[in-house]
Design a protein around this ligand. Structure first.
Ligand code: FAD
Ligand code: NAG
Ligand code: NAG
Ligand code: NAG
Ligand code: NAG
Length: 417
């Protein structure tokens, strides 16, 4: 199909990628976003190979974005002994595009720039969607405007207000038991200190695994900044609990300094650099959804709205981007919207939910206390096969994760009921 008018609800990474994917295939897209100003959290994001390639092919200029190419994933214990290195230096040869570390604000700005330049995209901010007509299909904004399209894509994030209706049964969000502290610091103090310099000059995504928590770090913006994520269980969080309603709260580095006081020197130094920041409650769906498409066949969920996941595989935004790629392909292939969307659902649901499930598996492995289970984990981390507790540690799983072409249809309409 060509020349469709697509209404996209939400201008997060998922909604913006969808707009770009479809507009570059001769559709017209109206993106409706509730907030007025985009205020991305000060944090980094890891952009894996096939997802960066999709964005570039849809007109996103990543060449001007100051980024860092990942050397790979390094796993250490909390005393700084290396357990496993998964080099990603060859990703360009292996998967056709590099693995980038990017500042979230820079990524959002590159997506926004591309969307604003595109004559087939209309971006409406400060415009909350408050109602849907699933059969028209159309949406109504808080200001009372009705916007009709040929189809509507709901990329309204983990707190999606429309998910339950589309799913036809309420889907419960549950607390995963973990909080994530997300912090950006200047790299200069790390570069000056011989014990931390290599964190910036050798751009591994570092993962220190310890009892009831792990710390992740990687450099950003060509090595000017360093991104720190501390993921810990609520039970061992020394700060104020995160509020029920807002899911985030202000925190102070004193909490982290005390929480990580027995960990190795690099982690203690990172904790001490953090200053003021936000910490986030990590939530997840209690069970997988039954439906991603409304009964009308014209309204579909995309991104965190349908497959929220823990950040432990650095895949949430990448999967939303893949959703957009598959959506582009089904609209090209099929001449009927309900058919196109059922193929989209069938192809994307299995993969998105499998990855989400594996982020929960990683949660357990990453937070083991010292003891026999941890020893077994460390032993299994040496094996390049399915028993490796780190998802990427098995070459076949890694290829499946990074070597996926979202625009290639793997499902035919006959496989959908
Ligand atoms: C600590 C942490 C680290 C992460 N690291 C990575 C990583 O390295 N790599 C990776 O790929 N992913 C990562 N993720 C996941 C990634 O951030 C998310 O999966 C991704 O941003 C989800 O995008 P989205 O567009 O689906 O949802 P969102 O970004 O939540 O966007 C939803 C948008 O919809 C808007 N909206 C909501 N309701 C309405 C309405 N009624 N009307 C209009 N607009 C509405 C919202 O304002 C928002 O702008 C991480 C997540 C966390 C928490
Ligand atoms: C916008 O879509 C029309 C078809 O509806 C197409 O002819 C045109 O090339 C598109 N514009 C851009 C910039 O892609
Ligand atoms: C990287 O690529 C080179 C040549 O293409 C190959 O010899 C080498 O084994 C690869 N390394 C990894 C870690 O895959
Ligand atoms: C994704 O990776 C595979 C395997 O390397 C490659 O064949 C394919 O072209 C890639 N697709 C995109 C969109 O980058
Ligand atoms: C992985 O390799 C190890 C060591 O060879 C072996 O003990 C284990 O059973 C293997 N797992 C699988 C699933 O093959």
């Amino acid at each position: 199909m060509k020349n469709l008018h697509v209404v996209v609800v939400g201008a997060g990474i998922g909604g913006l990628q969808t707009a770009l994917a479809l507009a570059t295939d001769n559709h017209h897209v109206t993106v409706v976003e509730a907030v007025k100003e985009f205020m991305e959290v000060g944090a980094g994001i890891r952009v894996p190979p096939n997802s960066s390639r999709l964005s570039i092919s849809w007109g996103v200029d990543l060449s001007k974005v100051k980024k860092v190419e990942s050397a790979g994933n390094r796993f250490l214990d909390w005393k700084n002994n290396v357990l496993l290195d998964i080099p990603l230096k060859n990703v360009t040869e292996e998967y056709g595009a590099p693995y980038y570390f990017i500042h979230r604000a820079d990524l959002i700005n590159a997506l926004l720039d591309a969307a604003k330049k595109h004559s087939n995209i209309t971006l409406k901010t400060d415009c909350r969607v408050v109602d849907y007509d699933f059969y028209a299909p159309s949406i109504r904004t808080e200001q009372g405007e009705t916007i009709k399209g040929d189809l509507v894509i709901c990329a309204d994030g983990i707190k999606s207000a429309i998910r339950d209706t589309i799913n036809r049964t309420p889907a419960k969000l549950v607390d995963t038991g973990d909080v994530a502290y997300r912090i950006l610091v200047p790299a200069a103090p790390l570069l000056e200190d011989p014990s931390t310099r290599s964190l910036v000059t050798e751009p591994w995504a570092m993962h220190w695994l310890g009892p009831e928590g792990h710390a992740v770090g990687y450099p950003l913006r060509g090595g000017e900044m360093y991104n720190i994520i501390m993921d810990i269980t609520h039970d061992t969080d020394l700060g104020d609990p995160v509020g029920e309603a807002e899911w985030k709260s202000a925190a102070d580095n004193d909490e982290l300094v005390r929480r990580f006081k027995d960990w190795c020197e690099p982690v203690r130094k990172l904790a001490a650099l953090t200053g003021q920041y936000l910490k986030w409650k990590l939530a997840d769906l209690e069970t997988e959804l039954d439906h991603w498409i409304h009964e009308s066949g014209k309204v579909a969920l995309l991104g965190d709205a349908c497959h929220p996941m823990m950040p432990y595989l650095a895949q949430g935004a990448a999967q939303a981007t893949e959703d957009a790629g598959t959506l582009r392909a089904v609209l090209k292939e099929y001449d009927n919207i309900p058919k196109a969307l059922s193929v989209y659902e069938k192809q994307r649901k299995g993969r998105g939910e499998y990855i989400a499930k594996n982020t929960r598996v990683m949660q357990e492995w990453l937070h083991l206390p010292d003891g026999p289970a941890r020893d077994e984990r460390d032993r299994m981390m040496k094996h390049d096969n399915r028993s490796n507790p780190m998802f990427w540690g098995d070459k076949r799983r890694k290829d499946w994760l990074f070597g996926y072409d979202a625009e290639k249809l793997l499902i035919s309409i006959n496989q959908c009921h």
